[in-house]
Design a protein around this ligand. Structure first.
Ligand code: NAP
Length: 279
């Protein structure tokens, strides 16, 4: 019988995960299928019970369930617990175990283009769920100093205070970050600003960006945000959000199957899916 995998969220029709994982199952000759399942918040507990009852092998969790799913699982691993969100679940001998591969996927994708981010003076722009996963994971991996700039600095301060790993952090407003941008070697843009359809917005101006900085934007639709375009025009090396998306999926696939998959192939699958919708 085919093994069962899924992603649950609401909305879910736009998810590119089924195409990515089903292609990998075919590639590695694994008799499994990955479904996109729309689960409304009110039905989350029943859905998790049902998925467990039918013996699902694993599933991804996306907006709006990444936090709400945690108490419904049998166990949550320590990093996911500290991040406060789960995006990957594995059925281990009938027990559902939650993990978070967003931050580790981001870092693995970053390392692919920038081998030693630990030595870089780093700024994260944004303090939402994705920023939290990236900030906590970088701190967990031993990055010593990471500043955070956010529209609502209080939220960045909360991240700083709640991070259980040792890291030096200064909290900045977006204006302060814009002014002091020349201090940073690595800038990680995690806000939703610049995402389709709001293509003309950017979180801050890049007048003070160093020309040898590395600028990463976790948005992948569009593949080049206005922010990234301006960074490239200033001479910076840039990376879009495709790496994070593909590597978080690759790490989930590895947890489920023991195989670290072909990420270049995964990127091609996602690019094909994005084909019609990139603005
Ligand atoms: P979130 O929790 O809602 O956080 C949103 C962040 O954006 C907050 O820092 C928020 O600031 C800021 N923001 C939103 N609108 C703003 C505005 N008009 N002006 C200034 N700041 C604004 O969202 P998330 O889950 O972290 O996701 C953020 C982005 O990352 C989305 O575009 C998402 O698609 C992308 N993402 C990509 C991947 C990937 O695999 N590549 C994975 C996860 C997320 P405040 O705190 O002041 O509200």
């Amino acid at each position: 019988m085919k093994e069962l995998y899924a992603v649950i969220g609401d909305p879910i029709a736009q998810s590119m995960s089924p195409a990515m994982h089903n292609d990998l199952f075919q590639l590695y000759k694994i008799n499994a299928h990955y479904h996109a399942l729309r689960v409304e918040s009110v039905n989350l507990a029943d859905a998790v019970k049902g998925l467990k009852a039918v013996g699902i092998s694993g599933f991804n969790v996306t907006i709006p369930h990444k936090v709400a799913i945690m108490p419904l699982l049998d166990e949550v691993d320590p990093l996911a617990k500290s991040i406060g969100a789960v995006n990957t679940v594995k059925n281990e001998n009938g027990r559902l175990i939650g993990y978070n591969t967003d931050g580790s996927g981001y870092l693995k994708g970053l390392y692919a283009d920038l081998p030693s981010p630990g030595n870089k003076k780093t700024l994260i722009i944004g303090a939402g769920g994705a920023a939290r996963a990236i900030y906590f994971t970088m701190a967990h991996e031993g990055v010593k100093s990471i500043d955070i700039a956010n529209r609502t600095p209080e939220k960045a301060e909360t991240l700083r205070l709640e991070c259980p790993y040792e890291v030096e952090t200064e909290v900045l407003s977006l204006n302060q970050a814009e002014e002091n941008l020349g201090d940073y070697d690595l800038i990680i843009q995690t806000t939703s600003i610049g995402m389709a359809p709001a293509l003309e917005s950017e979180p801050l101006k890049l007048h003070n960006l160093k020309s040898d900085a590395f600028v990463s934007d976790i948005i992948y639709n569009p593949l080049q945000t206005k922010f990234l375009r301006h960074a490239a025009e200033k001479g910076a090396k840039t990376q879009n959000g495709l790496n994070m998306f593909v590597y978080q999926g690759a790490l989930a696939f590895e947890k489920w199957t023991g195989i670290f998959p072909d990420v270049e192939r995964m990127k091609q699958t996602v690019m094909k899916q994005l084909g019609g919708s990139i603005c």
